[in-house]
Design a protein around this ligand. Structure first.
Ligand code: ZN
Length: 490
C-alpha cells in the first residue's frame, strides 16, 4: 500500500482495563492500523495476585511499554505521533488528566495524564472507558452523524456514556452516565405494610423487616439495573436456579464451571433453548429495554448504542425483546427520529474514542464536520467487459474497498451460493465504521443479501446500495460520505 501520510498524522489510543491493556495505532481519519495487547500486571506478575495490590509504578510501566512496543512493531517514532488518548475504568478528571478512582484497578489518585505526557512528550488525554466507547461510536460507529447519543455497554457490569453536541457529558462531579447504577427497584418499605386496614377485614401482618430483598450492587447500593441485567447478574440467577435443582446444560457449555459464565456459553445455551438460561436472558433483555426507556425519558437521545460482550453474543435473542419494551412505551414524543442500535466498532470503540478525545484537546475534534478527515479513496474507472480500473490496473476478480480506501481481495467459499454474501463479508466491509456500503456487480439480479446480513446493517444504521458495475463505480466516485464497497464479478 502506498504511504500517503505525512508526519504527525498518527495517534495512539490505549484502553487500560482490569484484565488487559490494548494500545492501538490510529490514523487521523480513524483507521486502526495495528493493535498491541497485553495482560494488566497483577501484583507484578501476570495471572497471579490481585490487580489492586500491584504497585502503581508497575502498571504505569506496563502502559508505557505497550505504547513503545506498538511503535517499535509498526516502525513508527514518537515524532509521527500527534497525541495519545488513554481510557481507564473509573472516575476521571478529564481536564487535569488525573484519575479520581478506579474501583477495579490500582490507578486511584494517579496523575496519569501528566505522567504519560512527561514520558512521551506529546499531548495526552485521559477519559472514562465507557464515555470514550460512546465517543468512538459517535465518531465512526453507530452514533455517527447525530448530535445526541447514549452508549450502554453490558458485560461484567453495565457501563455507559453520554455524548451531547460532539462532547462527552460527564456531569458536575464527573459521575454522569452511570446508567448501570440507576436504582430500578426501590429499596424502601411499602407504606401498605405500615397501615392497618380494617374496612375489608384485612390486616397486614407485621414482620420485622418489610424491606424488599434486593441484591447488593458492586457500588454498595441496592436495586441497581446492573444487579438484574449484567453478565454477573445472569451468573447469579443461573447458579441460584441450578442450586435449586433446575436442569441446565450451561455448566457443560461453559467448561464444567458456573464460577464465571462466558457470554459465548450463554449464547450457545440460548440457541439450544436451555430451560434455565432462556428465561433469565429474556428477563435481562427486558431490564435493558427498561434502562433504555429510562434514558429516553430523561435525555431522549437520537441514538442509544448498545454494546459489550453480552449484547455482542446474544443480540439476535435480546434485541427483539428490547425493541418490544421500547415499542410499548405509552409516553408520546414529537419525533420518530430515535433509534436503538448496536455498536459498530466492537473492541475498537474505546481506543477510537480515546483518539477522538486527544484530537479534540488538540483543537481538531473529529466529531465536528469541519475537522472530519475523509480517507483518500481510490478513483475507479468502469471499463467494458466487466473490468474496473484503479490507477490503470485492471480488476476482474471479487474485491473489497475498505472504510479507509484500501483494497483487499475477496475469497469465496467453494460449493456455497456464490452470489450470496456471508456475514463475514459484511463485517469486513463495514469494519472501521462507514455510512454506506456499495455492492457492485455485472449481474445485480443474482445478488442476494441474507436476512442476517440485512439485520446486521440495519442494527448499525448503515445504508447499502446494490447496483450494476457502472452505476456503482459512479456512486463510489461521487458520494462524499465514509464508504466501503464489495465488487462482485462472478
Ligand atoms: Zn450499583
Amino acid at each position: 500500500m502506498k504511504k500517503i501520510y505525512s508526519r504527525k498524522n498518527y495517534y495512539i489510543g490505549v484502553d487500560v482495563g482490569g484484565t488487559k491493556i490494548q494500545a492501538s495505532l490510529v490514523t487521523e481519519f480513524g483507521s486502526v492500523l495495528a493493535n498491541y495487547r497485553c495482560e494488566t500486571p497483577r501484583n507484578g506478575v501476570a495471572h497471579s495476585g490481585s490487580v489492586h495490590d500491584t504497585p502503581v509504578e508497575i502498571t504505569l510501566n506496563a502502559i508505557e511499554e505497550s505504547i513503545r512496543i506498538l511503535l517499535r512493531e509498526q516502525n513508527r517514532t514518537l515524532n509521527e505521533i500527534a497525541g495519545i488518548g488513554i481510557a481507564v475504568p473509573g472516575v476521571v478528571q478529564q481536564e487535569t488528566g488525573s484519575v479520581v478512582v478506579t474501583p477495579n484497578m490500582n490507578l486511584s489518585g494517579v496523575e496519569l495524564g501528566r505522567i504519560m505526557k512527561d514520558r512521551f512528550g506529546v499531548p495526552v488525554a485521559i477519559g472514562n472507558d465507557c464515555n470514550l466507547g460512546t465517543l468512538g461510536e459517535c465518531w465512526l460507529g453507530s452514533g455517527r452523524n447525530v448530535s445526541s447519543c447514549v452508549g450502554i455497554f453490558v458485560g461484567t457490569g453495565i457501563g455507559a456514556g453520554i455524548v451531547f453536541d460532539n462532547h462527552i457529558f460527564s456531569g458536575a462531579g464527573q459521575a454522569a452516565g452511570e446508567i448501570g447504577h440507576i436504582i430500578s427497584q426501590i429499596p424502601c418499605e411499602n407504606w401498605r405494610n405500615n397501615i392497618v386496614i380494617t374496612k375489608h377485614k384485612r390486616k397486614t401482618k407485621s414482620s420485622k423487616s418489610n424491606l424488599p430483598k434486593l441484591p447488593r450492587c458492586g457500588c454498595g447500593n441496592y436495586g441497581c439495573f446492573e444487579t438484574f441485567a449484567s453478565r454477573t447478574a445472569m451468573e447469579r440467577f443461573i447458579r441460584e436456579a441450578v442450586e435449586h435443582g433446575a436442569k441446565s446444560m450451561i455448566a457443560e457449555l461453559n467448561g464444567g464451571t458456573l464460577d464465571i459464565i462466558k457470554s459465548g456459553a450463554i449464547a450457545k445455551a440460548l440457541k439450544a433453548n436451555d430451560k434455565v438460561v432462556t428465561p433469565i436472558v429474556r428477563y435481562a433483555a427486558q431490564v435493558i429495554g427498561y434502562a433504555c426507556l429510562t434514558i429516553r425519558h430523561l435525555i431522549d437521545p437520537e441514538v442509544i448504542v448498545l454494546g459489550g460482550g453480552v449484547i455482542e453474543a446474544c443480540q439476535k435473542f435480546m434485541m427483539p425483546i428490547i425493541d418490544a419494551v421500547i415499542a410499548n412505551d405509552q409516553l408520546p414524543s414529537v419525533s420518530g427520529k430515535r433509534r436503538i442500535l448496536i455498536s459498530s466498532l466492537g473492541d475498537n470503540a474505546v481506543v477510537l474514542g480515546a483518539v477522538a478525545l486527544v484530537r479534540s484537546i488538540n483543537g481538531s475534534n473529529p466529531l465536528r464536520k469541519t475537522h472530519r478527515i475523509i480517507p483518500k479513496y481510490p478513483q475507479l474507472h468502469f471499463m467494458a467487459e466487466n473490468v474496473i480500473h484503479i490507477a490503470d490496473e485492471p480488476y476482474t476478480k471479487d474485491f473489497f474497498i475498505l472504510a479507509d480506501g484500501t483494497i483487499q481481495p475477496r475469497l469465496k467459499l467453494p460449493k456455497k451460493n456464490i452470489h450470496s454474501f456471508r456475514l463475514k463479508d459484511i463485517q469486513t466491509a463495514t469494519s472501521g465504521g462507514v455510512d454506506l456500503i456499495i455492492f457492485g456487480s455485472p449481474s445485480v439480479g443474482e445478488i442476494t443479501l441474507s436476512g442476517k446480513c440485512h439485520d446486521y446493517l440495519f442494527r448499525r444504521g448503515i445504508d447499502y446500495q446494490i447496483l450494476p458495475l457502472n452505476e456503482a463505480v459512479h456512486l463510489y466516485n461521487t458520494v462524499t460520505v465514509r464508504r466501503s464497497a464489495i465488487w462482485h464479478f462472478s
